[in-house]
Design a protein around this ligand. Structure first.
Ligand code: DX5
Ligand code: ZN
Length: 255
């Protein structure tokens, strides 16, 4: 859509709950309060192999089971983006695809040929995203973005929920939004890691379309209220690309 000032406007910013910090023994109870009351388009599911990052995440079977349980309970199910923090995404992606993933996110830093893999994933009818670690400059992934449906900027070191964002991440989002505009590409921009009530707006105004958030939603007592609060904060942050490039004052202290 092109707005009155000639700039492309984009859809509203979406809050994407990340499940890594939930009680893994009862994921349905963790997500049910949110899914019952809100229409949540996307959920974020972290797969970690202990090698790419020093932690472990979810396996394909947990995705399959959780999706079935949600469907049984609510008769509908959000889409799942699977964030592969693994050394062999080429082996694992199809297992998550068979378990119902609607998006597979590959890391630029994974030791495998990610462009042919992205082609394979997209030609199987699943969206493919590209993720970059905090130490990877945006310039390194820019030439590859034409092969991907989304860019996920990781604002923390991979592997754990509940960390603070690494300074410089907002600038990376601004850079990505500028590149997208100039290059006329259509990839979505997601921010993941350390996003909470005080800094979500900053990242949305910088250009993020998807705000992935884990512990702010699931570790604050009432996940329903936390999700609603984050959604309310982000309502109205997106008026057009021009407005997203303005950096709010005091942003560094909020990162
Ligand atoms: C970190 C994961 C994130 C994590 C986010 O490696 O990719 O998705 O779950 O959790 P918070 O929002 O707690 O940083
Ligand atoms: Zn993640």
């Amino acid at each position: 859509m092109v707005s009155a000032n000639g700039m492309h406007s984009r859809a509203a910013v979406t809050v994407v709950p990340s499940l890594l910090s939930c009680d893994h023994s009862n994921l349905l109870s963790a997500v049910q309060p949110i899914l019952s009351d809100f229409s949540v388009p996307w959920m974020h599911f972290d797969a970690i192999d202990g090698l790419f990052a020093p932690a472990y995440g979810f396996c394909p079977q947990s995705l399959l089971d959780l999706r079935s349980a949600i469907k049984r309970q609510l008769n509908r199910c959000p889409k799942f983006a699977v964030h592969l923090m693994v050394q062999q995404p080429n082996v694992l992606w199809s297992k998550f695809a068979e378990s119902g993933a609607e998006e597979i996110v590959l890391h630029l830093e994974s030791p495998c040929e990610i462009v042919p893999l992205a082609r394979k994933i997209e030609s199987s009818g699943i969206r493919c995203g590209l993720a970059i670690n905090p130490e990877t400059p945006f310039a390194k992934c820019a030439p590859l973005l034409r092969h991907f449906s989304s860019l996920l900027v990781l604002a923390v070191n991979p592997g754990f929920g509940g960390q603070d964002t690494i300074p410089g991440t907002v600038e990376k989002i601004i850079e990505a939004a500028g590149h997208r505009e100039k290059s006329h590409r259509h990839y979505d921009i997601a921010i993941d890691g350390g996003i909470h009530f005080k800094n979500a707006e900053l990242f949305a105004n910088a250009g993020a379309d998807f705000i992935v958030s884990g512990s702010a939603i699931f570790c604050n007592g009432c996940q329903r209220n936390a999700y609603e609060q984050l959604t309310n904060i982000l309502r109205g942050t997106r008026e057009g690309v021009g407005s997203r490039h303005r950096r709010p004052q005091h942003s560094a202290s909020l990162e």
